[in-house]
Design a binder for this molecule. Structure first.
Ligand code: GLA
Length: 393
């Protein structure tokens, strides 16, 4: 199978008639624990996928960005850097153009560029295909300019592109994961200080595996519902007298909220933050590296699975962002003997993460359940923790 970077390079050659100066790529992500915690200044624990967005590029002297993508045939984008401002570019080109705009806003003078893109991160599956595109572009443009911008700063810039240029009010998790993750590690990110640390995460060593299920559910309401959840969390923090829900560590404290909806939202955030730290402790105690011995590590993965399922229940009943196809996938996976499962990402569509033993019947159990309900067949992806964004040619 041709890789995304080879395909991006070939597209560049055929569209621009010369070899690119280089090829850069950035991965999609899955999140082990900590959902809707990033914009509450809390903790998240994502890892990078093997699926990537690749960018083949060369600088241009005319100050323009000329972009083509194998996923967007016939929808080429041509924009002058000096004309970039929020609203100036819509559609898929808003992501890469937004990154060029945000880099320049941050004082990084990047050149015009010819860019050809290919991606094998499934779009709309909640695996951060947009962050992969943003981060691959950010690395490309800064490399072409010869700028060594620290990755933590690049993540903030890519997020700004998404928030202000594309107009999606996301948190910092996806861009941080795409830029900062390392192979066989999950990334513990403190979204308040932006401090990170790598946590060993190699379930295969303990005979466990991570499977992602793209539930194929459309998520039309995501934008509005996501923004509403953010507003509810801010209101809960205000009523509790704290700057953000991160400051609340005792779940009992949310009982002070009179409004039952705000109470449910806040309880999810506070307990999910705690679950992130619990999973980190289990991984560091040996589950992640196999240091606890295979049997001990397998036990720890079962415990992590229990926390995953607990998190799903909290997202479903407390934060109310799950969707029927996710709930059915989680239930079928658990019935087939998975250690645990939960929806990942913003919700209302996208993927479910399953932690299971090696020979599991999860795939057939979930497929059969979807067929029984007359739903579009789900897609399955074996996930291992891979490296973050990098130059490949
Ligand atoms: C989306 C956003 C992230 C994060 C998750 C929920 O993926 O882009 O910033 O808020 O939802 O955890």
């Amino acid at each position: 199978m041709i890789t995304a970077s080879a395909a991006a390079r070939a597209l560049f050659l055929s569209r621009f008639g010369a070899a690119p100066s280089g090829v850069w790529l950035a991965p999609g992500r899955a999140n082990l624990m900590g959902e809707h915690t990033d914009y509450n200044d809390g903790f998240v624990l994502p890892f990078a996928l093997g699926q990537v967005t690749a960018v083949a590029a060369a600088p241009r002297l005319d100050g323009r960005l000329v972009l083509c993508s194998r996923q967007q045939p016939g929808l080429e984008v041509d924009a002058a850097l000096d004309d970039l401002m929020p609203g100036a570019v819509t559609g898929w080109g808003a992501y890469p153009c937004g990154v060029a705009w945000a880099l320049r806003e941050a004082g990084h003078e990047v050149p015009g560029a010819s860019i050809a893109i290919d991606s094998d991160v499934p779009a709309g599956a909640g695996l951060s295909s947009s962050a992969a595109l943003e981060c691959a572009t950010a690395l490309t443009l800064t490399s072409l300019a010869g700028l060594a911008v620290p990755r933590r700063e690049l993540a903030v810039i890519a997020r700004r592109a998404e928030n202000e240029f594309v107009g999606v009010p996301s948190g910092i998790m996806d861009q941080s994961a795409s830029l900062l993750c390392q192979a066989r590690q999950a990334l513990l990110l403190d979204c308040q200080s932006l401090e990170t640390s790598q946590v060993p995460f190699d379930p295969g060593l303990a005979g466990a595996r991570v499977m992602l299920i793209d539930t194929r559910a459309t998520h039309k309401l995501t934008g509005g519902e996501y923004a509403r959840r953010r507003a509810e969390c801010e209101e809960a923090a205000r009523l509790l007298g704290v700057a953000s829900l991160r400051a609340v560590t005792d779940p009992a404290a949310v009982q002070r909220l009179a409004d039952p909806v705000l109470r449910r939202r806040a309880r999810h955030v506070v307990t999910d933050d705690a679950r992130v730290l619990q999973v980190v402790a289990l991984l560091r105690d040996g589950a992640g590296s196999g240091a606890a011995g295979a049997a001990g590590a397998a036990g720890a993965y079962r415990e992590i699975g229990r926390l995953l399922t607990q998190a799903h229940e909290s997202l479903r009943d407390g934060f109310e962002v799950s969707w029927p196809e996710a709930d059915a996938a989680v239930a079928a996976a658990l019935a087939a003997g998975a250690f645990g499962a939960r929806m990942i990402g913003g919700g209302f569509g996208g993927s479910v993460l399953v932690l299971a033993g090696p020979d599991n019947g999860v795939r057939s159990a979930v497929s059969e359940e979807y067929a029984r309900r007359g739903w579009t067949a789900p897609e399955f992806l074996d996930a291992t923790a891979c490296d973050g964004a990098r130059r490949v040619a």
